[in-house]
Design a protein around this ligand. Structure first.
Ligand SMILES: Nc1ncnc2c1ncn2[C@@H]1O[C@H](COP(=O)(O)OP(=O)(O)OP(=O)(O)O)[C@@H](O)[C@H]1O
Length: 911
């Protein structure tokens, strides 16, 4: 099996994990029937090989990197075993072979001509789609919601380095209002006449410049005068508009009646009526009740907080998992709601400016990432200055470890933080995809009472769902796109699992006269923005994308979504098909599935798991042996730690977050920081500067001088000074601005303050391991449920309820609803094997051939399943003869077998 390195596992990967390995193994070209799960070209060299196998036969080679063993201050559990003395391999292995598993099922052939004729309107839509652009993007067409700037062409701009932060003002009906800001002030009053600073700055600097440049030019002065007159006219119009709006808002604030809210809806959004669930949610929020809102994708969840934000007196914080999503939501904010965002992609100046705007009360809706809730300055500004009427948690399923898209930083968003520390009025949690278990977790974390749940069906009924067992994946895709009804669809998204697939398929489609482009997190932000714009303006017909494409995508006329690979869960499936038919028209969603891909993806579900041994080792590093460690700031560099513990960075963060938010608060997480600083002095000599500035004195004491450069560990210096690394970095920044120093920061690290050292490491690591193992099992069950839904539709559906060989909508809808309601449908198809006569022998040979390395049972099982991990990368281990040989056998069975074999080795060593 190939490395999983180029898969875009989820939306969070885009913003929180490093780029994946750029060179995954090549995918097959048509007309070969299946994607290979191993490199079949490689030849076996090992004489100890067990059987003629169809898998790759590369001999085991010494690994490039060997997992290191660090001194361990606690008694070790029994893994990993270091194989010290290889036994005689040849005798035991020559006769074994990989198990031959049952062949896949035959596909029910699909006649696409039988699918109903589409009701598609192929005229171009006026509703210009707004897609996730890079930080600055221009729009060729007008969009009703434009973000104001000083140029007349509708432009979306998140300003950089202008000293104006990223504060944006949205304009009514696409018209820029240059002078007036009738936003809501910090007292919750409308149209105070106060100008937003950015707008007034823009205007004044622009007009000054115009006057200076144009001195003595009568014609241009005339132009300017007429322009001013026009602006005054417009201003009058706006003031009238604003007055009507103001009255409507105040009326809704006084009495949140249906009538008042519908009136406001019409004025703000131009819609005549609310969709299902919207009015109820808005009323609940306005009544100060924390609310859980589950509506299908594209049902209009955003409108619920937009309208509420306008009516509520204080600010509204919207927490989003992706920067791209934040930008998109900011852009879609209706006129007259002043919006801004804070993101890690901003410069220090930009975020400071936004915080200033917050202090001044000129921001009504602020989009933030969950990580922002680690930032002390942000928390203090929010709690001290602004009254937060509402916190909106978008994609709220990210809070729960039982969701398909868990983000540890979302765990921080708990009722205790939001209500007690930030004094938040109410919370609105929104998602389209939450199983019963996920829902419980979200509602209990946010303390939302059951009575405040608003939940509608998970699927829109304008989506026609179909499934087929794939025979020749690329060819099948081409046939599908060229057949009715897909042939008549103008905008199609093809979802793939691997980045390399997207490039390959888009090339293939272009070769067959279908305009397509690929999209994944491995391409540059500029190129991604470009693809989005081309797709949005219907200049390309197909986007072939990984999961990185689509979150927040509100292109209303996507007519089809095709899953080239099986999604990892029904949640992912529902999210992705939710990109289709947002204009309410009949749209088509086809899913290709096969056993091979299922086995491969199922294996990947085990790529984040960790053993108790690794957790124990990790904890021993988190808590130094030093007895006085309480109160100390500690850090460890993410990349090297990930290799040392053989844990993905996201998993380390999950464990750290658990240490902070579990029953006992062992640590207080601080924002991630660079651990190493390389500093140069310029104006004042180092020693003289040290006499004036204490930070420099400590740095000189703690740094190593290499060729005139001072290299030091930031948390160490911060500890000596009794400040946080962020505070130290700010001080250095000030000195840099004065020209005293320059510096380079590197080695991104997790940073935390120790509050309590655990008394019993073993029970703590056992607890954490148990929890992580349950999370892993949950992911596997999700994968099984997805496969089973596809399998059922094709093989087991009795076609009694309206299904046909080309339309599986009724049965898939039922399975999806059952799944979200907590009905377990994973039992009827158990394709995964639970034993193999050759497994133990193959493991033995593998261990004997790699005596230089140390393994845990999990590490061995990963190799057998073809799963790369930080300490056992594909570049090294992908070459082994056994790589991915046992994907069809349950991972846990392989792990057990590895454990037994490793025990044998230990036993021999001891004899
Ligand atoms: N009451 C309404 N009447 C008509 N259109 C509406 C209404 N409410 C929302 N919409 C439109 O529906 C579209 C989808 O809305 P929105 O993006 O908020 O969906 P969503 O529920 O957040 O979807 P997703 O979960 O996929 O992000 C938008 O174009 C929005 O303007």
């Amino acid at each position: 099996m190939e490395s999983n390195s180029d898969s875009d596992s989820d939306g969070s990967h885009v913003s929180t994990t490093p780029p994946r390995q750029p060179n995954p193994p090549p995918l097959p070209l048509p007309p070969k029937p299946h994607l290979p799960i191993s490199n079949k070209k490689s030849k076996p060299k090992s004489k100890t090989k067990t059987k003629p196998s169809k898998s790759n036969k590369n001999p085991p080679k010494p690994p490039e990197t060997i997992p290191q063993q660090d001194p361990f201050p606690f008694p070790l559990p029994s893994f990993p075993f270091h194989i010290r003395r290889p036994s005689d391999a040849a005798s035991s292995s020559s006769s074994h072979s990989i198990e031959t598993l049952p062949a896949g099922f035959f596909s029910k052939s699909i006649s696409f001509s039988k699918i109903r004729k589409p009701l598609l309107n192929l005229e171009s839509s006026d509703n210009e789609p707004v897609l996730n652009p890079p930080i600055t993007a221009k729009f060729a067409k007008k969009h009703p919601n434009l973000i104001g700037s000083s140029v007349p062409i509708p432009t979306v701009k998140v300003l950089r380095g202008t000293g104006e932060g990223n504060f944006v003002k949205l304009n009514l009906n696409g018209k820029r209002k240059k002078f007036l800001n009738k936003g809501w002030n910090k007292n919750g009053k409308f149209g105070s006449g106060k100008r937003f600073r950015r707008n007034s700055n823009n205007y004044s600097s622009r007009s000054k410049r115009t006057k200076l440049e144009d001195e003595g030019n009568d014609n241009e002065e005339d132009d300017l005068a007429s322009e001013n007159a026009k602006q005054q006219e417009k201003q009058k119009g706006c003031e009238n508009d604003c007055k009507v709006l103001e009255e409507a808002v105040l009326a809704a604030r006084d009495e949140a009646s249906d009538e008042n809210l519908v009136k406001l809806l019409k004025l703000i959004h131009g819609y005549d009526s609310f969709r299902e669930g919207q009015l109820e949610a808005i009323k609940m929020v306005l009544a100060g009740k924390s609310t859980m809102l589950i509506l299908p994708t594209g049902a209009g969840k955003s409108l619920c907080y937009q309208l509420s934000a306008l009516i509520l007196p204080g600010i509204t914080l919207v927490v989003s998992p992706l920067i791209a999503l934040m930008i998109d939501q900011l852009r879609q904010l209706p006129p007259l709601i002043s919006g801004a965002l804070l993101s890690s992609a901003q410069t220090f100046d930009e975020s400071s400016e936004t915080l200033n705007q917050l202090r001044q009360g000129t921001i009504k809706v602020l989009f933030v990432s969950p990580e922002r809730f680690l930032n002390e300055e942000f928390l203090s500004v929010i709690s001290a200055v602004s009254a937060v009427s509402l916190v909106v948690i978008d994609e709220a399923h990210c809070i729960s470890e039982w969701s398909h898209n868990f983000r540890p930083s979302f765990m921080r968003l708990r009722a205790s933080l939001l209500h007690n520390s930030l004094n938040v009025g109410s919370v609105l949690a929104m998602t389209a995809t939450a199983t019963a278990m996920t829902l419980d977790a979200i509602m209990s974390a946010l303390e939302i009472p059951r009575t405040n749940l608003i939940q509608n069906a998970h699927l829109r009924d304008n989506l026609r769902l179909s499934v087929s067992l794939v025979k020749n994946r690329m060819k099948d895709l081409l046939v599908l796109i060229k057949s009715s009804p897909f042939a008549e669809v103008k905008s199609i998204i093809v979802y793939c699992k691997f980045q390399s697939e997207t490039d390959l398929i888009s090339r293939y489609l272009n070769d067959h006269s279908i305009l397509a482009k690929s999209y994944h997190s491995g391409i540059s932000a500029k190129e991604r923005g470009n693809v989005q714009e081309l797709f949005g303006s219907n200049k390309i017909r197909v986007v072939v994308a990984t999961v990185a494409f689509g979150m927040g995508l509100d292109k209303s006329d996507v007519g089809a979504v095709i899953h080239y690979s099986l999604p990892e869960s029904l949640e992912e499936y529902v999210q992705e098909i939710g990109r289709a038919g947002r204009d309410g028209r009949l749209s088509y969603c086809h899913l290709f599935y096969d056993d091979e891909m299922y086995f491969k993806l199922r294996s990947l579900m085990y790529s984040e798991g960790v053993d108790e041994y690794a957790v124990n080792k990790f904890l021993s590093e988190v808590f130094p042996t030093d007895k006085n460690s309480c109160g100390k700031i500690c850090s460890f560099v993410k990349e090297s730690a990930s290799r040392r513990f053989d844990m993905k960075e996201e998993v380390m963060l999950t464990v750290l977050t658990r240490l902070e938010l579990g029953d006992v608060q062992y640590i207080h997480l601080l924002p991630q920081t660079n651990a190493t600083c390389v500093l140069n002095f310029h104006k004042t000599p180092a020693v003289s500067l040290a006499q004036k500035i204490s930070a420099i004195a400590v740095i000189l004491k703690r740094s190593e001088n290499k060729h005139g450069q001072h290299i030091f560990d930031i948390p160490t210096v911060a500890n000596d000074m009794g400040i946080t690394p962020v505070e130290l970095t700010n001080q250095l920044y000030e000195l840099k601005l004065k020209g005293e120093i320059t510096y380079e920061m590197k080695d991104m690290a997790y940073c935390y303050r120790i509050l309590e050292v655990p008394a019993d490491f073993f029970s703590l690591s056992a607890d954490i391991t148990q929890w992580l193992s349950e999370v892993e099992s949950c992911k596997v069950r999700k994968m099984d449920a997805m496969f089973n839904a596809a399998y059922f539709a094709v093989n087991l559906c009795d076609k009694m309820n309206g299904c046909s060989s080309a339309d599986h909508t009724p049965c898939l809808q039922r399975m999806i609803l059952d799944y979200f309601a907590g009905v377990d449908n994973t039992d009827f198809c158990t394709k995964i094997g639970h034993s193999s006569p050759f497994l133990r022998a193959d493991i033995k040979v593998f261990l004997q051939s790699n005596t230089h390395a140390r393994f845990t049972p999990r590490a061995v099982a990963r190799v057998m399943h073809g799963i790369a991990s930080p300490a056992y990368p594909y570049a090294t281990w992908g070459k082994t003869h056994f790589w991915g040989r046992y994907t069809k056998i349950n991972f846990k069975v392989v792990m057990e077998a590895a454990k037994e074999e490793l025990k044998n080795f230990i036993g021999k060593d001891m004899l």
